[in-house]
Design a protein around this ligand. Sequence first.
Ligand SMILES: [Fe+2]
Ligand SMILES: [Fe+2]
Length: 273
Amino acid sequence: MAVTPLRERLYRAYWEFFEKAERERRWSVFDDIPWEKVNPGATDDLALCAETFCCVELYLPDYLTGAMGVVRSSFGQSWFQANWGYEESKHALALGEYLVRSGKRTRDQLHDLHKRIFSKRWQLGYATGLEGTCYGLIQEMATFLIYVKHRAEAAREGDECLRTIYDYIARDEIAHAHFYGDALRVFLDEDRERGLDALTHVVQTFQMPGVDLVPDYDARILKMRAAGVDSGVFLQKAFLPILKYAGVTRDEIRGARARLKARAAPAPVTSAR
Ligand SMILES: [Fe+2]
Ligand SMILES: [Fe+2]
């Protein structure tokens, strides 16, 4: 049987992603968030975490610039980024409104936050669509995990408004992770070794967006960890599911790690004799 060309398979992956998004996953910041169920008595930590997620979501213009730069010539991937940008734009919008409507921040403080965020630029540290796909997969899976954890925190604090926001966002993030996972599977079928090496390289160099950019990041991350998202959780709940979804074994990752190490090692000095 003829192998479906890369472009057609990526197009199909986007078509399926978009159909599901349109039919099952659309939500409205106007109609679907129970704004009246915000709990103004919730702790300041709950608002601080929501503000931190809002900060990370606010680098949207930079994420789009970075991603479009590496996938522009691939229809499936660039149309995904366009739709992705629309979905992500609602995340920062809903979280920002939550901060104001809960009374935890004023509108002036929110605009000041926007200004501070936009004064620094995030840059994608990878140069190819394949590496960008691996980065997106890990980042979306980790983000999904974080929102699920904090959805439980919001429920525990009796904030039905924030719980609902986290619920919609988490559903979006896992759908994004699955698109990147589907795209990675296509790349792996094209050239398995290249795909494995890219995934391993990105895993080894991965950094969540916002690190070193979001104001007071270190203090914020302590509060996030208190909700139970640390590197052990990341391994079990994000990394291993990623491998499973992409159909990659841990042995294959070990093999790729050895290849990358050998490639990075300086060439042996040979005798002149
Ligand atoms: Fe998001
Ligand atoms: Fe996302």
